[in-house]
Design a protein around this ligand. Structure first.
Ligand code: C2E
Ligand code: MG
Ligand code: MG
Ligand code: MG
Length: 285
């Protein structure tokens, strides 16, 4: 029977699955030591005011360079961290790193706010608000300097608990954004009950915005809806000048995407912002 099964084509598929499984086990194991081993870094992508072109904030994004397997995409290792229980430590490392960076930039005359990404597990973690506040205080930062990006699907896993935790964070003065908006299943009623200040339209609606009439309708009505609820609207995945112009015309407040910059290292960002600010000043003269 084994010999017969071995000849069947699906064996190949099973072998592929084993490899995938082995990779996951390796990553889950190595993730525990990734931060202390210095394999993690944060990169920063500018977010611009659509009307003035000024940099308002950066989104902080995590990078993992595995010593043997190379670059591991965050979509892959964050999911593994959530399922294996190491997300809390990763988030703690990330919050510390970003707060220290905001402070260091400020001392170099480069002042920006930061958006950080939280996972579903973070949102339901009792200790998160306290740990965030502790980190802000110890770096001498006021709470408005951090914006928490939480995906629609993370909020909707445990909507009641998430709403309660977000209330605490909001009352502590942090700003809250719904990330990847439009890809989940949140209803308007739910959205209204959440203490959020910002909607971040998912890049799948933005990437082809200049060619796709349906995307334009979705984006237009999301902006209208968000504004009617008193929310600020961010678009991610702005890659073309045509999309920038259209989003600005539709009233989108904040833009982020490769058109302006890819995510940058801390020192690259500082240099990029200085050049960007200089170009803006020149334009005005
Ligand atoms: P996200 O929060 O929705 O982040 C936006 C993603 O879009 C980033 O991918 C960014 O590099 C990418 N992006 C930005 N502009 C453009 C553009 O113009 N075109 C295209 N095609 N892509 C663009 P990245 O860095 O690979 O991150 C993927 C996801 O991983 C993030 O999605 C977020 O959900 C998660 N992630 C990243 N860092 C962290 C972290 O520190 N903690 C947690 N919990 N999740 C993180
Ligand atoms: Mg995000
Ligand atoms: Mg997103
Ligand atoms: Mg995403």
């Amino acid at each position: 029977d084994l010999a017969r099964r071995a000849r069947q084509p699906h064996r190949c598929y099973v072998v592929g699955q084993d490899e995938q499984h082995l990779r996951q086990l390796t990553l889950v194991h190595d993730l525990q030591e990734a931060a202390p081993q210095g394999q993690l870094t944060m990169v920063y992508q500018p977010q611009l005011d659509a009307r003035t072109g000024r940099v308002t904030a950066v989104e902080a994004l995590m990078r993992w360079q595995h010593p043997r397997l190379g670059f591991i995409p965050p979509d892959e290792f964050i999911t593994l961290a959530e399922h294996s229980g190491s997300i809390q430590r990763l988030t703690q490392w990330m919050v510390d790193t970003v707060c220290a960076q905001l402070r260091a930039w400020e001392q170099d005359g480069c002042r920006v706010d930061a958006a950080i990404n939280l996972s579903a597990k973070d949102v339901t973690d009792d200790s998160l608000p306290g740990r965030l506040q502790h980190c802000l205080t110890s770096h001498g930062l006021s709470p408005e300097r951090l914006r928490l990006e939480i995906t629609e699907s993370a909020i909707m896993q445990e909507p009641e608990q998430a709403a309660c935790r977000l209330d605490t964070l909001r009352q502590a003065g942090l700003r809250i954004a719904v990330d990847d908006f439009g890809t989940g299943y949140s209803s308007l009623a739910q959205l209204k009950r959440l203490p959020v200040q910002e909607l971040k339209i998912d890049k799948s609606f933005i990437l082809k915005l200049d060619e796709n009439a349906d995307d334009e309708i979705i984006v237009r009505s999301t902006i209208e809806l968000g504004h009617n609820l008193g929310l600020e609207i961010v678009a991610e995945g702005v890659e073309t000048e045509a999309s920038r112009v259209l989003l600005t015309r539709l009233g989108c407040d904040i833009l982020q995407g490769y058109l302006f910059s890819h995510p940058l290292s801390a020192s690259q960002f500082c240099a990029w912002k200085a050049a960007h600010d200089k170009a803006l000043t020149k334009e005005r003269q």
